[in-house]
Design a protein around this ligand. Sequence first.
Ligand code: ATP
Ligand code: MG
Length: 626
Amino acid sequence: VKNQKELRKFEAENVPMSDIIKLLPDHVANQIAAGEVIQRPASVVKELLENALDAQATEIKLIIKDGGRTSIQVLDNGVGMSETDARMAWERHATSKISTAGDLFKLNTMGFRGEALASIASVAHVEMKTRKHNEEVGTLLAIEGSHLKRQEPVSVMPGTSITVKNLFFNVPARRNFLKSNPVESKYIIDEFMRVALACPHLSLYMYNNDQEVFALKAATLGKRIKDIYTDRKDEQLLEVAEKTSVVSVQGYVGSPDSAKKTRGEQYFFVNGRFFKDPYLNHAVVAAYEELIPKDCYPLYILHLEIAPDAIDVNVHPQKTEIKFSEEKIIYQMIRSVVKRALGKYIQTPEMDFNPEIISGGANAPEMPFQPRVESKQGYNPFSPQTPRNGGGGDWKKMFDPYAGQSFSERYEKEQEASLFPVPELKTAASHLIYTKEYENSCFQLHNSYILSQVKNGLLILDQQAAHERILFERYLASFENQKLPTQEKLFPKVIELDAADFELLSELTDDLARLGFDISAFGKNTVIVNGIPADVKSVNEQELVEGMLESYKLGMTELRLEKRENLARSMARRTCIKGGDALGATEMMQLVEQLFACENPNYSPDGKPIFGRVGMADLQQLLGKR
Ligand SMILES: Nc1ncnc2c1ncn2[C@@H]1O[C@H](COP(=O)(O)OP(=O)(O)OP(=O)(O)O)[C@@H](O)[C@H]1O
Ligand SMILES: [Mg+2]
C-alpha cells in the first residue's frame, strides 16, 4: 500500500467498475419474503443453478455425490466475480441484482434477495473459485459455517465454480430429516430438469456419483423436451403459441393419448422462472376435459412472458409461487390456446380413426363431447359432514383442497385425519363382526356402496375405501412377515421411465419384491417387469408401475410418509376395487368380512371413514314417521 490517498483514488476509479454487489438497505431487505431457503440438497442445487443463469452462463455443469449429501458442485462459464464481490457474495442481503424496493417489480433475474449464498454458507463447507473474463487471475474462497477460512488468488478458467460439502454438518436435525440418497437425487434431478426446460438454449450437464445423468446440448425447446423425456422421443408434441398485450404463451403440450398416470411432466415458467399454480394447471386440464381419463396427467411445458410489473415473485422464500395481476385473463388464454392445439391435432388426417370425434367439421374448434353423468364420489347424503356440492366455489380450492395452507398446516391436517379413529366406531365394528348380521344381505348401490342390514339399522360401506384398507394392511404385513406371491409374466414388459422415476424405482425394488413384484434395471432409465403380485388383476404393467410411483411421490412430498407405509398405501390405492366396479354377492360378503378382520376397519389408509350406519330412528325421522 503506497498511501491512503492514492488507494482511495484507485478505488474510486476502478472498484465500481468491477464490484457490483451491494448490501440491501434494511427497509428493502425487510420487504423480501423471509423464510428458510435451504431445506435439502436440492435447494442448494436450485440456488446455484439460478445464480449461474443470472451470470449469463451458456454452459453449466452440475456434479453431485450421494444425493448431494457428500457434495454438490456447480460450474458455470458466466461473468464471474471480482475479488471483492467474491467475498461480498456470501453476506446476507448482498446482491448485485436489485437495489431498491421498486426493483422487485422490474426483475429480470432469478435472484433478488441476496440470501442464497449466505444461507448455504451457514450450514455447509463451501469452496468457490471465480474469475471475471477480463481478469488474469481468479479468487479462491473457503467458508465453513459462515466463517471465512481461506481467500487467495487462483489460476482458473473464467466463470464460477462452487462446491458445497457436508451440508447441514452443524444442523443434525436437518441432516437426519433427509431422505435416502436416491430420493434426494430425485429432488435434485427435478430441479435440474426445471432449468433444462426453462433454458433450452443452454448446454447443461449433470453427473451423479461420476455417472452421467444428462448431457444436454443447446437446442430448441421441442428438441430439449425429447432429449429429456427419452421415452417420448417418438411421440408428437403439440405446439402452442399465442401472444396478446397481456401475456405471451408458448411451448408444447402432449397429445391426449400420451397422458400418463404419473404427474411430473407439467411445467409452467414465467419469464424463465419455474412456478407452480394449481389454478393455471386447471386451465390446461380443463382444455383436455373428456379427452383423457380423470386420473391421467397430460404433459405440458408452457412458457409465459409477462411484463415484470404484472407479476409478484416476492411471495414465498422458495420463489415457486407467483402472483399475477391478470390471473383470470391468463387462465382463459391458456385454456383456449391448449384447446386449439388439441383441436388441430384431433382434426389431422392421420388421426382419422375416430370419425365421431372429427364430425364437428373442419373448422369446429370445439370437439363434440359425449354428455356424461357426473357421479359425486364419496358423497354420502346421510352424513352431515359431507359437503353438498363443491361447484361454483373457488377453483383453487376445488382442485387443491389445501390451497392457501402452508406445508406444515397440510401435514398436520393429514396427520390428524389418519391418526385419530373415533372410538365409538370401533365398538360398532366389533359388534358387527360378532352378530354377523350382514351375512346374505348385501346390496350394491350404484356399483360403489355396499348396503347391508345390521342390527337396528342399515350399514353403508364405501367399497373402494374398504378394499384399500384391506390391501393396505396386507401389504404392510408382507414387509414384516411373508413375501406375497408373484405371477411371473410370459412376456416380460420393458418400461422406459424418466431419470427421476428410474432412480426412485431403483430404490424401491427390494420392497416391491416383498409385495410380489419382480422388477429389475434394464439399461439406462429402463426397467423390466418380469412379474407382478399374484392377486393383481390389472394386466397393464406400465400403468400399474407408473400409477404406483405417482401415488408414492405424492405421499413422499405432500404427506412425508414413511417409505413402507407410503409404498403399501400407493399399491393399495392402485390395485383396490374402485367405485363403479360391479361386485357379485360373494365378493361383497368377502369384502365386508375381510374389512372387519382388519386392525383398523374404520378408516381408509388416508383417513376417510369407510362405513356409516343409519339407525332405525334416523330412518323414521327421514321418512317423517312418528
Ligand atoms: N455463479 C455466479 N456467477 C457470478 N456471480 C454470482 C454467482 N453466484 C452469485 N453471484 C453473485 O453473488 C450475489 C449473491 O448471490 P445470492 O444467490 O446469494 O443472491 P442473489 O442471487 O442476488 O439473490 P437470491 O438470494 O434471491 O438468490 C449475486 O447477486 C451475484 O452478484
Ligand atoms: Mg441467487
